[in-house]
Design a protein around this ligand. Structure first.
Ligand SMILES: [Zn+2]
Length: 151
């Protein structure tokens, strides 16, 4: 095809461009606007709230979410947050340091084996922290509990 002027060429180009690239029914347009499967990342067609290609992709995705390693992390995070809540509950609003006993913490479901980090104070005592709350078991069954930066 020979174009008799540059205008004709541009017009032909515009016609081609609009019919192939910006046509809502063309593949290019669909790829840019459709969602992808949460499992295999292929583009989804159909209902707007669709999340997976099929039941296989749905099951694969859910099995991954519930895998042992994910449950392991989730359970530890749960224990850490629960420990934090228990320690937080020991403090009145302006209080910086408090005491309780090991049996009391046990009775609340406190998990002594889970803490986020340790800190050593000026006296060389090591506190185990669950986020911003730290505790240290002292003589017998007594436990000193502190708020971060305030002991
Ligand atoms: Zn899929």
């Amino acid at each position: 095809m020979v174009f008799d002027s540059i205008n004709t060429l541009e017009k032909a180009y515009d016609t081609y461009y609009f019919s192939h690239c910006l046509n809502p029914a063309s593949d290019n347009f669909m790829i840019a606007t459709t969602k992808t499967c949460l499992s295999c990342q292929r583009s989804l067609h159909g209902r707007a709230d669709k999340k997976f290609c099929n039941d296989y992709c749905r099951n694969t995705h859910n099995n991954l979410l519930n895998s042992d390693s994910n449950n392991y992390v989730r359970n530890i995070n749960y224990s850490l947050r629960k420990n934090r809540r228990i320690l937080q509950g020991l403090f009145a609003s302006a209080q910086k340091i408090t005491k309780c006993t090991k049996p009391f913490l046990h009775s609340k479901g406190f998990a002594f084996s889970y803490f986020t980090h340790t800190q050593t104070n000026k006296k060389g005592n090591i506190y185990c922290f669950c986020y911003e709350y730290g505790y240290m078991v002292i003589k017998g069954e007594k436990v000193v509990v502190v708020k971060k930066g305030e002991y």
